[in-house]
Design a binder for this molecule. Structure first.
Ligand code: CDP
Ligand code: CDP
Length: 231
């Protein structure tokens, strides 16, 4: 059975990673969370005082990029690969609202993108990969056999993300989460380098009215069709 590359792009909190993880498991593919890599670089910048409230030392971050090593290690119990920053497991730390508030700024830096895209292409070089992000179908794997572009209303996405943060014990306000989702959508779609956009050949999935199982079924069937086509 030939393996294909599956690219899932879309706005924040549309359910990309949830469906990508489940799809990878069902197909026996690897799952790569490209957003986790941008988040890990952002965490590094925060930990090293390169990014604070109103100041971002972009040049220093570029100078220190060679010191940032991002890797993934499969966690058997969780069933997916967790992200490591210079040998430290940062899977949970990178998901805070603070990191979310700076990550889109860091993701505008072309040198950061270049380094991460190179690593992402390498991770997916043997196909059999489901990768989610913002530029996977347009820049990282323009030849991907299946490309999805996920959308849902901003309010719905913010509510989903808010519930998730509250459930894990973070002290956040709904309005701040909504503002963050809207601000990231704006920065991500308007940046010069690799803006978030639907690839011409991507299939748009609006999951505003789909639950997790319905969304999975829909995408799993699309993936099975593409896999049979390529065999
Ligand atoms: O999970 P959520 O949708 O909130 O975001 P994420 O996938 O963890 O990505 C965090 C941020 O990283 C995005 O808002 C983008 O600014 C950036 N990103 C990117 O520029 N390109 C990617 N391929 C993935 C993420
Ligand atoms: O990766 P991305 O930021 O696109 O979203 P996610 O982390 O997969 O999903 C954000 C939250 O929305 C998670 O808690 C999902 O369980 C939830 N979700 C949902 O309830 N229904 C959907 N159809 C999609 C996502």
């Amino acid at each position: 059975m030939n393996k294909i590359t599956i690219a899932i792009d879309g706005f924040s909190s549309t359910g990309k990673s949830t469906v990508a993880k489940r799809l990878a498991k069902a197909l026996g593919y690897i799952y790569v969370d490209s957003g986790a890599m941008y988040r890990a670089v952002t965490l590094y910048a925060m930990q090293n005082d390169l990014i604070k409230k109103d100041c971002f030392d972009k040049q220093q971050l570029i100078a220190q990029l060679k010191d940032i090593k991002i890797s993934f290690k499969f966690n058997e119990e969780l069933g997916f690969a967790e992200v490591y920053l210079n040998g430290q497991n940062v899977e949970k730390t990178i998901r805070t609202l603070e990191v979310s508030q700076f990550v889109s700024q860091v993701a505008t830096v072309s040198e950061v993108r270049e380094q991460l895209v190179f690593q992402q292409q390498n991770l997916g070089k043997d196909k059999g990969v489901v990768m989610d992000g913002r530029d996977i179908g347009t820049v990282v794997f323009p030849e991907a056999k299946l490309k999805l572009f996920m959308t849902a209303s901003a309010e719905q996405r913010a509510q989903r993300r808010y519930d998730e943060l509250i459930e894990r014990g973070d002290d956040v306000k709904f309005d701040d989460v909504l503002k963050n989702v809207q601000s990231r959508d704006h920065i991500d779609s308007t940046r010069e380098d690799s803006p978030l956009m639907k690839a011409e050949d991507a299939i748009e999935v609006d999951n505003s009215n789909l639950n997790l199982d319905e969304q999975f079924e829909l995408i799993y069937n699309l993936a099975k069709d593409k896999i049979s086509e390529s065999n």
